[in-house]
Design a protein around this ligand. Sequence first.
Ligand code: CAA
Length: 285
Amino acid sequence: MSEHGVKKVAVIGAGQMGGGIAQVAAVAGFETIVYDASADQVARCQATHEKLLARAVEKERMTQDEAHAALERITRVTDWKYLEGADIAIEAVVENEGVKREIFARLDETLTNGAILATNTSSISITAIGAATKTPERVIGMHFFYPVPVMKLVEVINGLATDKAVTDRVIGLSEAMGKVAVPANDRAGFVSNRVLMPMINEAFYAWMEGVAEPEHLDEIMKLGMNHPMGPLRLADFIGLDTCAHIMNVLADGLHSERYRPCPLLEQLVTAGRLGNKSGRGVYEY
Ligand code: CAA
């Protein structure tokens, strides 16, 4: 395991991804701070941590004392000043380049101890985020997968300026968090979404063209390819708006119209059918 030198982890954004990352860090023994500007979001994050750790105890994956200690290691804050002194910031806010650039410029000012500045972005250029700072060599992608406590992978993405020592430390840290870190470089969609999203998009085309009903399409991919969920069910799980957004990022970033979202996918998003989170997407929940 490579050295990471991290004791204190700061997570920016207390949504599903940020909350999951904080939980995994705290369970692995790191002092963890979760920052969100919204007090409601912070409270929801705490409730989720309590629920998921209670479930882990129920399932005998940890003892009551271990769960309690993990909860105690997490500080949830709405005040930015508590981020000072963290050895790494892992940003997991909304997928908006402008918002992320602002946050990274601010992190660059706040974390002056050579801390690593990582982003959990699934599609925004690490190089572009790094360019918002004066220290792009310490900016890196640390892409976790949903649900974070369950999924093993961290896709570690090097921006153009990322220092090799930073990559090694992030790989070491990911391993210390119980994950498997796999490196990739900074092109639109990296590896995971470059390959996954066109498959999901193609499933929408196949459905639109009447090749199969969603249930059959998903069953074919589940049983034939040993995927845990079929692509349409997975699209609902990820969020249809997120899927459409990532396809547009691929089309723009790779300069190819063949990556544009399928019209049916776009139409469902327009109708507000966003998947599990809105109660209806391809399927009803
Ligand atoms: N948070 C924490 N734990 C969760 C969870 C969540 N949101 N959802 C499920 N789990 C846990 C369950 O508690 C359960 O643990 P126990 O055995 O202790 O009960 C375990 O996961 C398995 O869950 P289930 O038995 O309910 O259901 P399952 O066996 O069908 O697994 C699944 C659920 C893990 C989500 C599985 O269907 C799966 O792996 N699906 C594919 C997920 C995937 O591809 N994720 C990546 C999405 S893409 C992405 O994140 C990145 C991007 O950039 C878009």
